[in-house]
Design a protein around this ligand. Structure first.
Ligand code: ZN
Length: 480
């Protein structure tokens, strides 16, 4: 059985290697560095996707946000370790030389520029419909999506008319069709408030402000989901939306597009209800104009814990997605899965007030010690797999209450490889997908029984669903 990925960025790193298309590295190449800095290494080049027998991948188009490109920390990081990045290009992205829409379409040009591998045997197949899927083992089927509404900004960022007309170009489905759009990303976008997700760069562009979905966001959602004049809906991906923005989107969807499923492409879960997160302490930061919230570690299965940040799904989000017949892609980002030390997250004052979080006592249960100094690399890898399974089983546990065992059809992998993440040690690149499937198959039964869940089918069958069949079946329903 081949494999599926709901969210990976095979072209992102090679695109930044030069502003001049003919001088760029190829998306087929694996970018390696002498130092073992895993965020920078290739995780999902086309070669690695083939090596892992990934035959169907959803690839988000993504224009690097100006404050990220401009920031000294990123440059220092890349500059120190790499001659594989064009810093003039980064500067020009950072100073706003390119409207985001142009940058995104250049990225698309780069992705589509080499449809065959250097040997000429393997090839990419860009799908306008799942009916175009090729079953040939030398073909990687690619479905396009977009990460961040900022990608639709032209010369006048945020101008509604211009932005919606750019979306209209993709609504026609010619020559490229999009499967989903992640409404917002790491920085303030004008569409909706984002969940805080940028630890590396201290810049106000990344601090949440305001509350919920804006008028532009609503108009954009309505246009994306519309099926007027025979147009196909483009699904809205809730990843990166703030907790309140997600609630507002659910209400809009229910009222106007109840048949549209909710997409959550590269997620983790908080393990708790939105009404009761394990808040340790919160205070106002006048410089950032934000509430700063710290959580207790929230214990989970087999000595793991959850990441309680609101960028992850609350139980209410899981129910909402399950009941909409939506799809949840599990991220392979360590941090999102809950690995490592918790750090504080930021909220806008308005969202904080409306969420009404209050400090709680320390949750009971055992959390594994953060100090993994005395663990072998194999033990650490297995621990990371348990974090992934913990997130999966929590989704199942909550989802079952409303949709029964159908929840097992609503989960897949959305790795976020090459999206500047540090992946779980058990599966650091797409090439390791076969091992990941084996690991899920092997360890799912014992962790499910620890969670008090009985598996509705043999673990092998469930692992095949998670690693391929569920993604394919979802596209067969919603990308025809
Ligand atoms: Zn993302």
């Amino acid at each position: 059985m081949p494999h599926f990925d709901l969210h990976c960025h095979p072209d992102f790193k090679s695109f930044l290697s030069s502003e001049v298309p003919s001088r760029r590295l190829s998306s087929w190449d694996e970018i390696r560095y002498k130092v073992n800095f895993r965020i920078l290494r290739s995780q999902a080049s086309h070669k690695q996707l083939f090596d892992g027998d990934v035959r169907l991948a959803v690839v988000p188009l993504y224009a690097l946000e100006q404050p990220i490109a401009a920031h000294w920390a990123i440059k220092l990081l890349l500059g120190k370790f790499s001659r594989l990045v064009d810093f003039n290009f980064m500067d020009r992205i950072g100073d706003g030389t390119f409207p985001y829409f142009n940058l995104m379409t250049s990225g698309l040009g780069h992705l589509a520029s080499e449809v065959k591998d250097p040997g000429g045997r393997k090839k990419l197949n860009f799908l306008s419909s799942i009916n175009d899927l090729s079953a040939d083992s030398d073909t990687l089927n690619i479905v396009l999506s977009v990460e961040g509404g900022h990608n639709f900004f032209g010369n006048n960022a945020g101008d509604s008319e211009e932005t919606l007309s750019k979306l209209e170009m993709f609504k026609s489905g010619q020559p490229w069709r999009l499967f989903y759009i992640t409404l917002t990303h790491l920085m303030r976008s004008g569409y909706c408030n984002q969940a805080f997700g940028m630890k590396l760069i201290n810049d106000e562009a990344f601090y949440p402000a305001g509350k919920g979905v804006s008028d532009l966001g609503k108009a954009f959602i309505r246009k994306a989901l519309s099926s007027e004049n025979g147009q196909k809906p483009i699904l809205i991906d809730i990843k990166h939306m703030s907790a309140v923005s997600r609630m507002e989107y659910y209400a809009l969807r229910k009222a106007e597009f109840p048949h549209i499923p909710i997409m959550a492409s590269h997620m983790g879960v908080t393990g708790c209800s939105r009404t009761n997160p394990p808040l340790k302490e919160a205070h106002w930061d006048g410089e950032k104009n934000c509430m700063v919230a710290t959580y207790h570690p929230y214990p989970a299965l087999s000595g793991t814990k959850f990441n309680s940040w609101s960028i992850n799904l609350y139980d209410e989000d899981i129910t909402e997605i399950a009941e909409s017949n939506g799809l949840i892609g599990l991220s392979l980002d360590q941090r999102i899965m809950g690995v490592g030390k918790d750090s504080p997250e930021l909220f806008s004052q308005e969202e904080w007030d409306s969420l009404g979080f209050a400090p709680t006592g320390k949750p009971g249960g055992k959390v594994i010690k953060e100090d993994d100094t005395y663990m072998t690399s194999r033990q650490i890898a297995r621990l990371h797999l348990r974090y992934l399974l913990n997130n999966l089983l929590h989704i199942v546990k909550v989802g079952r209450q409303s949709v029964g065992d159908q929840i097992w059809d609503q989960v897949c992998i959305g790795s976020d490889f090459d999206g500047l993440i540090d992946p779980i040690d058990y599966c650091r690149t797409s090439a390791k997908f076969p091992d990941l499937k084996k690991g899920i198959e092997k360890h799912l039964p014992e962790m499910a029984s620890e969670a008090g869940l009985s598996l509705p089918a043999p673990a092998r069958v469930l692992a095949d669903k998670i690693m391929y069949k569920n993604g394919l079946a979802f596209l067969q329903k919603h990308f025809v």
